[in-house]
Write a protein that binds this ligand. Structure first.
Ligand code: SF4
Length: 386
């Protein structure tokens, strides 16, 4: 039975204190009926550090599928039968086109991701070229690379090319890691985050909830991220693709997801907490509630699955009184209005019109439908969702 007073906890943190592991566990185990009070308390931290801004990020999957690693949660993994798009490296031109769609859609950060254990030097050459081209073309764009395990010297090459951040998720607690992947270790992951930090790249690392971990392991993972002092923390909610070992694994509810994000805010009050994959599928109608504690999202589609329509993302932010980081109010209105114009007038093409993001049938209420495989954007001839 918890006795934590979350408003007092927020006051203590704002005064320079820190949440304990017991506090974090109390958030996860708070009664559902009291959750909105807990969210309001954590929301004080969110507003103290980030106001009502939401950072918008955009994913470009440079290389999809065909991975030799066996991360059990991943649709791109060795042995995955998920019917995802599979392609080798996008060209620089295609990358610029896909990134441009996201940037015009309101994103300030482009996250360039490739499947695989880690990049070769030739892969780094490609990302260097892409980064330089992106920085030339789009003033002020932030570039994050997510290319897997890094070898000595590779982070420095990315930094020299203008890459701002490097993402490598710890994914889960160290005590649970070997249950979810066997082809690399938790220490391999920590090593790569260290290499990125040492090279001066902004470290981005987060987790995936819903992998059979206990509450205590979620707390363990969050405190590991706190110790790593990563600047941004993407929180993913497992999307159980058919054809992967986690197919039909449904451990999460919308309230559970809000509790996880709220815990993250209490533990890492001044860090960018990003609601990542699985947002639509698992938070459902609580997406906006979750943004009372989180301050960052991905716009549009994910690496191998489709997110809700970009216009629905933008309208959700505006309806709930949020602003987009880097965009003034008029530009925000104009951006939303641009989605109402015919495709030819604003250049983004048509989208599928399905705003569900979690299910081909548009019905995720029972939590029984799988992810909707991405069939637009990078690797296809169909315009991106942005
Ligand atoms: S998470 Fe990355 S390394 Fe693991 S299987 Fe997927 S693409 Fe490969």
């Amino acid at each position: 039975m918890t006795t934590t007073n979350f408003d007092e906890l927020a006051t203590r943190i704002l005064g320079g204190g820190a949440a304990t592991e017991a506090d974090a566990l109390a958030v996860l185990q708070a009664p559902d009926s009291e959750l909105m009070g807990v969210v309001a308390a954590a929301g004080r931290l969110r507003r103290a550090y980030f106001g009502n801004t939401v950072k918008v990020n955009y994913l470009v999957n440079l290389k999809s599928g065909l991975c030799p690693e066996n991360c059990n949660y991943c649709s791109q993994a060795l042995g995955s039968q998920a019917p995802i798009l599979k392609y080798s490296w996008l060209s620089k031109e295609e990358t610029l086109k896909q990134a441009g769609a996201g940037l015009r859609g309101g994103a300030t950060r482009v996250c360039m991701v490739s499947s695989g254990r880690g990049p070769s030097e030739r892969d780094i050459d490609k990302v260097v070229e892409m980064t330089e081209a992106l920085k030339d073309e789009y003033d002020g764009v932030e570039v994050c690379a997510c290319l897997g395990l890094l070898k000595d010297g590779q982070a420095a090459r990315l930094k020299a090319a203008g890459v701002d951040a490097y993402n490598h998720n710890i994914n889960t607690a160290e005590s649970h890691h070997d249950n979810i992947v066997q082809t690399h270790t938790y220490d391999d992951r920590i090593d790569t985050i260290g290499k990125a930090k040492d090279a001066g790249l902004s470290p981005c690392s987060g987790l995936i909830a819903g992998l059979g971990e206990t509450d205590e392991q979620l707390v363990e993972a969050l405190f590991a991220l706190k110790a790593l002092d990563t600047d941004s923390i993407p929180v993913n909610f497992l999307m159980p693709f058919d054809g992967t070992p986690y197919q039909n694994t449904w451990e999460l509810s919308p309230l559970r997801c809000v509790k996880i994000l709220t815990m993250a805010r209490f533990v890492c009050p001044d860090k960018e907490i990003r609601i990542a994959g699985g947002r639509e599928m698992h938070l459902r109608t609580l997406q906006a509630t979750a943004l009372q504690v989180a301050n960052s999202i991905f716009l549009g589609d994910y690496l191998t699955s489709e997110g809700q329509d970009a216009k629905a993302d933008l309208e959700m932010l505006r309806d709930n009184g949020f602003t987009i980081l880097g965009l003034d109010a008029d530009a925000f209105d104009e951006l939303i209005a641009s989605h109402d114009r015919p495709a030819a007038a604003h250049g983004c093409g048509d989208s599928c019109g399905d705003s569900c993001g979690g299910c081909a049938s548009g019905d995720t209420a029972g939590g029984t439908c799988g992810p909707q495989i991405r069939t637009r954007g990078a690797g296809t001839a169909v315009p991106a969702n942005a």
